[in-house]
Ligand binder design. Structure first.
Ligand code: ZN
Length: 185
């Protein structure tokens, strides 16, 4: 049994009572739609109470999905502005971080790369995406430090991640997770 319910805060909620459910489950689709399913022996009222108890989680999940498509696409002019900012900022910052950590690299190139934030060649030349300028500075540093560590390890081995984590004061996982919330689009 499926029904659509309109919630004053969460919007459309698809409610389904199915024999297959073993417990109350709640999910938020990328469209923002909330789904609530529960087994036949659970009352709809009990399921809705459960929904209310997850209020923070639902709002957080909806906000996370909403933030993505809303990001306006950049005009050619915006991209040129970002390129100029990136050229003024990123090579200097890379130099500073490399000096801090005693790492040596070849040169830094700024590109309009959307597929990745940065890369490092076997010759230790670092390429950085100009879209890094759309990130908060601490995430920009995280990407630069990741690429600088590739001058020591040209792979994503455990040793590589241990070095990145050390230089980031033990925050690699937290920052990696935070970065996944951003895109180059
Ligand atoms: Zn890497």
């Amino acid at each position: 049994m499926k029904s659509l319910y309109h919630h004053p805060t969460f919007g459309n909620i698809t409610i389904s009572r199915t024999r297959r459910s073993r417990r109350i489950t709640l999910s938020v689709r990328p469209s923002g739609e909330v789904r609530l399913s529960f087994p036949p022996y659970v009352s709809q009222r009990r399921a809705l109470e459960f929904l209310e108890s997850k209020r923070e989680w639902i709002l957080h999940a909806k906000a996370k999905y909403a933030a993505r498509p809303v990001q306006p696409s950049l005009s050619a002019e915006d991209i040129e502005r970002l390129r100029a900012e990136a050229k003024a900022c990123l090579p200097v910052r890379t130099e500073e971080l490399a000096r801090n950590f005693g790492l040596r690299y070849g040169k830094v190139t700024i590109r309009a790369t959307r597929s990745k934030w940065g890369s490092c060649t076997a010759q230790n030349n670092i390429s950085l995406s100009l879209f890094l300028m759309t990130l908060p500075p601490h995430l920009r540093d995280y990407v630069i430090i990741h690429e600088l560590c590739h001058t020591v390890y040209h792979n994503h081995s455990a040793e590589f991640h241990a070095l990145v984590d050390k230089l980031l004061g033990g925050k690699e996982k937290v920052l990696a997770k935070e970065l996944r919330g951003y895109s180059t689009r």
